[in-house]
Design a protein around this ligand. Structure first.
Ligand SMILES: [Fe+2]
Ligand SMILES: [Fe+2]
Length: 219
């Protein structure tokens, strides 16, 4: 299959999964800000750190120069998001400096992503699927923040975090058009995308059960 047809197929699979998120209420009743926002931002810290960590890990073992540099840029963006969210938590009266979101371990999705070795499967899983989910979840998160009147957190996401998550997803789209050009590469990428969507869905369910929040930000 031509790479363009293959990427269109991946997008259809991703979109079918993202439609499921539309069925969720943006926020559960009974959760009051700022506690609910603090809970969501603490989860976001973990997502940002894992995204930065995995991009760094992959950057060092990626041979295609444009993909390597894109991963380097992403690694820095996610670290910046981490620090901006830390600052926002401090402004909300919940200082997070010194608090390590992975002190008790990384997520199952992170452990899965670490097992991927080819550039195309990494991009399909880590940037195309994971960042695609983040885009959608963050749009819901921003809508929820606006609904509850947290304009400052909404602005941070709308003006800085979200445009960069968009860029991470677009980077994967562009690289897959270039490198997903053999049946073997496409097959690996398809499997990696499916596994990532399944693991991300499990993680979201756990987070919703634990916090009662349906608008879970991603990275
Ligand atoms: Fe990202
Ligand atoms: Fe991020």
């Amino acid at each position: 299959m031509e790479p363009s047809g293959f990427v269109a197929e991946l997008r259809r699979e991703l979109d079918a999964e993202l439609i499921k998120l539309d069925e969720l209420p943006v926020a559960q009743p009974g959760l009051a800000p700022p506690e609910a926002v603090i809970d969501a931002l603490r989860m976001a810290l973990k997502s940002e750190l894992e995204a930065s960590d995995i991009a760094a890990l992959w950057m060092s073992t990626t041979v295609e120069l444009d993909a390597k540099l894109g991963l380097a840029r992403q690694c820095g963006d996610e670290a910046k998001h981490f620090e901006l969210i830390q600052q926002r938590l401090a402004d909300l009266g919940a200082p997070a400096r010194g608090w390590n979101p992975v002190a008790h371990g990384y997520s199952p999705l992170y452990h899965y992503l670490r097992t991927l070795h080819s550039t195309v499967e990494r991009l399909a899983a880590g940037q195309f699927a994971r960042e695609g989910i983040a885009q959608k979840r963050n749009r819901q998160f921003i809508a929820w923040l606006e609904q509850i009147g947290d304009a400052a957190t909404a602005r941070l996401y709308r003006e800085i975090v979200q445009p960069e998550e968009d860029a991470h997803h677009a980077f994967a789209d562009q690289m897959l058009h270039k490198y997903a050009n053999t049946p073997e590469a496409q097959d690996k990428a398809r499997q990696a995308l499916r596994k990532t969507l399944a693991l991300a869905d499990e993680l979201r369910e756990v987070a919703v059960l634990r916090t009662g929040l349906a608008a879970i930000p991603g990275s």
